[in-house]
Design a protein around this ligand. Structure first.
Ligand code: ASP
Length: 411
């Protein structure tokens, strides 16, 4: 029995975990929590344990693997161009849909509802950039501040390349071996994904229920529809046109990561799986994945950008405020910045929304209106965030001359 169970591939196992999680959460309600909580927490803690050492070893070996300042600069520019283009496309899709459907017009939301305390601490563009520089790299590592860690590791890698002979070789071997160990460790944690996903999903279904959809149903549908258009039409088109790759095959290869993104609502926690699937299931080189993916998990968030834009326009509609064209443009630009600044953790997008609201002079309390469905939308947008990182990595891999991607690999 156990033998035949382990024969089922990982994707199916995770899918079964998810389906059983929904059923158990709906059937037993909070009664499932004593089982779901430990499974969910165990899996999440193991994933979080991996993130920092994985990012450090992956970025440093990635930067040294790319080789030379020239190719690093070229790859960096391609990566950033992809991030900004796809995030803007996502924002435009959301903007179009929310203006057509107008879910907030006349919505019965009880506008006096709970004002939320929102951390609007320095979220200007300069503030975001400044916070990328760690005052103390060790502290950043201890606290798991991903962007400052990445910043330090990229610099460390760049200057490591400038060492000569044995010194450089020694360090490079050390980080490459460290990265291999972390990937093996990741493989071990991934085997637990079906159980973890079961726990996470059962917990969400048991605690959130279906009540919030009564008043926010149309808003919810608008966000999800826009996310689906971006994930199913826009990104696959880019994958086909720029990478000459089939999205159906690629989604199959990346599915364990996508399902984990959905269950954890965290791009960072999903990063170990994203790397594993891209390298071992899709056949993208370590040189590309280890540079593009950690960066993408932190700053490329198409789903979050789209969501920020739809949510803010929805809030304006609910308050009966008509946004002018320049204000709509302002929403689009600040939504992009907010998505770049948001950390890859659950509900980060909700907190960052304050900068978009402030930019067009809407009350921060507006966030209180959409809180009820944020949890579920977080799951959906995180999945799109990880899918966009994945597509970007494949496209950049192809543009760097990789021909092995998606060639006769199954599991
Ligand atoms: N949870 C999202 C992520 O990790 C960020 C967000 O809240 O939008 O990708």
């Amino acid at each position: 029995m156990l033998k035949s169970l382990t024969k089922i591939n990982l994707t199916t196992q995770i899918f079964i975990g998810m389906a059983l999680g929904i059923a158990a959460g709906a059937l037993f309600g909070e009664g499932i929590l004593p089982l779901a909580n430990p499974l969910a927490d165990l899996f999440l803690r193991l994933l979080k344990m991996i993130i920092v050492p994985l990012i450090i070893t992956s970025i440093i070996s990635g930067v040294t693997g790319v080789g030379g300042a020239g190719s690093l600069g070229r790859m960096g520019i391609k990566t950033l161009a992809y991030y900004v283009t796809t995030s803007m496309l996502a924002i435009l899709t959301g903007q179009l849909l929310v203006n057509i459907i107008s879910p907030g017009v006349g919505a019965e939301l009880g506008l006096q509802s709970q004002p939320q305390a929102v951390d609007a601490s320095d979220q200007s563009l300069f503030g975001i950039l400044l916070r990328m520089i760690p005052v103390n790299p060790i502290e950043a590592m201890a606290e798991g501040q991903i962007l400052p860690i990445i910043f330090f590791c990229i610099l460390f890698g760049i200057f490591m390349i400038q060492l000569e002979g044995k010194k450089r070789e020694g360090l490079q071997n050390l980080f490459e071996a460290g990265f291999e160990v972390m990937m093996k460790l990741t493989g071990f944690v991934i085997a637990l994904a079906p159980l973890g996903v079961f726990g996470l999903i059962a917990r969400i279904v048991a605690t959130t229920g279906f009540e919030p959809f009564k008043s926010l149903g149309i808003y919810f549908i608008t966000v999800v529809a826009a996310l689906i258009i971006h994930a199913v039409i826009t990104l696959p088109l880019l994958l086909k046109l720029l990478g000459k790759l089939s999205a159906t095959k690629y989604v199959k290869a990346m599915s364990p990561a996508l399902m984990t993104a959905f269950s954890t609502s965290s791009s960072s926690a999903t990063l170990p799986l994203t790397l594993e699937c891209a390298e071992n299931r899709a056949g993208i080189s370590n040189r590309t994945t280890s540079f593009v993916m950690p960066l993408g998990a932190t700053i490329n968030m198409d789903g979050t950008a789209l969501y920020e834009c739809v949510a803010v326009i929805f809030i304006a509609q609910a308050y009966g405020i008509d946004l002018t064209m320049p204000q709509q443009a302002m929403v689009a630009i600040t939504a992009l910045l907010a998505s770049i600044g948001a950390a890859g953790i659950p509900m980060a997008g909700l907190v960052m929304m304050s900068i978009v609201l402030k930019a067009v002079g809407l009350p921060l309390e507006g966030i209180g209106l959409i809180l009820a469905v944020d949890r579920l939308l977080d799951m959906c947008r995180t999945t799109v965030n990880v899918w966009s990182d994945s597509c970007g990595t494949a496209i950049i891999g192809r543009s760097e001359g990789e021909t092995e991607i998606l060639q006769e690999r199954s599991e």
